[in-house]
Design a binder for this molecule. Structure first.
Ligand code: ATP
Length: 223
């Protein structure tokens, strides 16, 4: 039995962080509720090309995005660990730090559907619960290895997230924001403003540092 609110863990490439990441995790933080959500940028993503923007820069964009927001905390542990950033290693590390605490790994539905390709994915629930965010355009699997695994762990109520430290999978409805980092990178590359999709401080830093191919004079409208 745990006595304190769970800790949320939200990993991602955050290339760059956008409101499609931030609004859903704020809702989970407030509604479950969680004690905090740790946003953990991946250093070397195992499932995709290495981002063009360094992990130090992505980390900095994330810090600017959550500055002054109580309960949203940036955790740089993956950027300090060499080699591929496997989530199972991150959870094992957090479990050593918090041996008795409820830990909730927060995932978008698209990431959840890709779980079977993750390193030692079936061990994730040894270390944490999973909280899956409904993301536009995706639904839970109806059949297959993930559907079978889910059937043994799914809870319709968030209660197990408070009463045990790991093991359950819970789907939490959130405001649907059809925003992706890919869309933002494409907008910038096409000379269009990503404003109102990312926090203003994030956009200012992208401009200052010329990230994602931004160069002065690219835009027809002033920035
Ligand atoms: P990219 O377009 O570069 O693949 P992304 O926008 O999907 O990036 P990631 O950093 O890869 O962002 O995702 C981190 C986590 O956030 C994942 O669990 C992903 O499913 C979730 N996520 C990303 N965008 C949204 C969104 N609009 N709504 C809900 N969850 C999201």
């Amino acid at each position: 039995m745990t006595t304190t609110a769970p800790i949320g863990i939200f990993g991602g490439t955050f290339d760059p962080v956008h409101f499609g990441h931030l609004r859903p995790v704020l809702e989970v933080l407030e509604e479950l509720p969680l004690a905090e959500v740790r946003l953990i940028p991946v250093h070397v993503p195992p499932h995709r090309d290495t981002p063009s923007v360094s992990s130090a820069q992505r980390l900095e964009l994330l810090r600017l995005a959550v500055e002054g927001v109580p309960g949203l905390v940036v955790d740089d542990r993956e950027t300090r660990r060499p080699g591929p950033s496997y989530t199972v290693d991150t959870l094992a590390d957090l479990r050593r730090e918090f041996p008795h605490r409820s830990l909730c790994l927060i995932l978008g539905m698209d990431s959840f559907l890709g779980l079977p390709s993750w390193h030692r994915w079936q061990e994730l629930t040894r270390y944490a619960h999973l909280v899956v965010l409904d993301r536009p355009g995706s639904a839970p699997p109806a059949e297959g290895v993930l559907a079978d695994w889910l059937a043994e762990r799914r809870t319709e109520s968030p209660e197990p997230l408070r009463s045990s430290s790991a093991g359950a999978v819970y789907f939490h409805p959130v405001t649907q924001l059809d925003i992706s980092a890919t869309m933002i990178r494409h907008l910038i590359a096409a000379g269009r403003l990503p404003r109102f999709l990312v926090p203003e401080a994030v956009w200012r830093r992208i401009v200052e540092q010329g990230l994602y191919g931004w160069t002065a004079g690219t835009f027809t409208h002033t920035t």
